[in-house]
Every structure is written in C-alpha cells, then in structure tokens.
Design a protein around this ligand. Structure first.
Ligand code: GDP
Ligand code: MG
Length: 163
C-alpha cells in the first residue's frame, strides 16, 4: 500500500531539505533566502523499503507578516487534505515559536496522522528545542537532521505502522 506524506511547518525549518533527501533529486528548491519555493511540490520518496508520495509545502517564504498566517493555514489545510500522514516540522535550534503553536493547533484539529519532527537536531544546541516539542501535544518528536541525514531510522519506525 502506498501513501502520501505532507511535510508542513513554518518557513526555514528544513522542509525542502528533507523533501530533497527523501526524493533524492533537487526537485524542491532550498535556499537560505526567503522567497524561493512556491506552493506545493510533489515527489516520489524512498526510505529503506518504503515507497511513498511526499508533498513539500512552500509558497510561504514571500508572505508578509500580515498575510503569512492566512496563507499558511490555507496551504497547510490543502496539504493535509491531500495527505494520509502529515510530518509537522519545527526547528529544534529555534525552539517552539508562536507560529509553530498555530500549526500544531491546525493539526490537532484535523484528525490526521501527525508525525512531529524536531529538525536541525544535530548537536547540543537542539537539546532544549527537542524537549519543548513535547509540549505541542502531538506525541513524541523525532529528532531529525535533514541536512545530515540523521534520525531517518526513527522516521522510518514511525511511518512503518502507518504505511
Ligand atoms: P523550508 O523553508 O522549511 O523548506 O527550509 P529549507 O529546507 O529551505 O532549509 C532552510 C535552511 O535550513 C537552509 O539553510 C538549510 O540548509 C537549513 N537546514 C535544513 N535542515 C537542516 C538541519 O538538519 N540542520 C541544520 N543545521 N540546518 C538545516
Ligand atoms: Mg522550502
């Protein structure tokens, strides 16, 4: 059985980096600068023996503060509707922000399968943020480093029973 995984979360947490790693091609743009990626991007992912469709949510990087929350909400709701499973990503180095809280609220309301990932998890600078992530009420966070490819075994372990 194949499934669709949507990667959601505020800009700059590392969604496209994980998307690229799962898809293995540079289909999603990754950039340090805001304003690069747009809307929703779909690719065929591989993780060990799992094959699935992955959706990268973008299109938020160029939003002004005023429009960001509304756009984020609409885009996330679209992605959640398309997906069987949502991977909600936060930046463990930054800790939980008010925008992260807003996402968590959307995802708690949708009764979708949610996997919580605390990304940029390499190194001690992420320790506090990983602990904070427990407070989001979305279960135990996976400590990920999308850039360094760490924590993918834990992602696999959480995806397996849902696949
Ligand atoms: P997106 O806006 O959520 O799609 O985030 P991007 O994938 O574009 O990444 C934003 C920035 O975070 C880029 O500079 C990435 O190189 C960086 N980044 C992504 N994953 C990691 C990670 O695991 N660790 C660290 N230190 N940086 C990361
Ligand atoms: Mg992106």
């Amino acid at each position: 059985m194949s499934f669709t995984l949507a990667i959601v979360g505020r800009p700059n947490v590392g969604k496209s980096t994980l998307f690229n790693r799962l898809v293995g091609k540079k289909l999603a743009l990754v950039d340090d600068q805001p304003g690069v990626t747009r809307d929703l991007r779909e690719g065929e992912a591989r993780l060990a023996d799992l094959r699935f469709t992955v959706i990268d949510t973008a299109g938020l990087e160029d939003a002004t503060d005023d429009s960001l929350q509304g756009r984020m909400r609409r885009l996330t709701e679209r992605a959640v509707e398309m997906a069987d499973i949502c991977l909600f990503m936060i930046d463990a180095r930054a800790g939980v922000t008010p925008l992260d809280e807003m996402f968590a609220e959307i995802l708690r309301k949708k009764s979708a399968n949610v996997i919580l990932a605390a990304n940029k998890g390499e190194g001690a600078a992420a320790d506090a943020g990983v602990i904070e992530a427990y407070n989001l009420g979305l279960g135990e966070p996976i400590r990920l480093s999308a850039e360094h490819g760490e924590g993918l075994n834990d992602l696999y372990t959480q995806l397996m029973p849902l696949a």
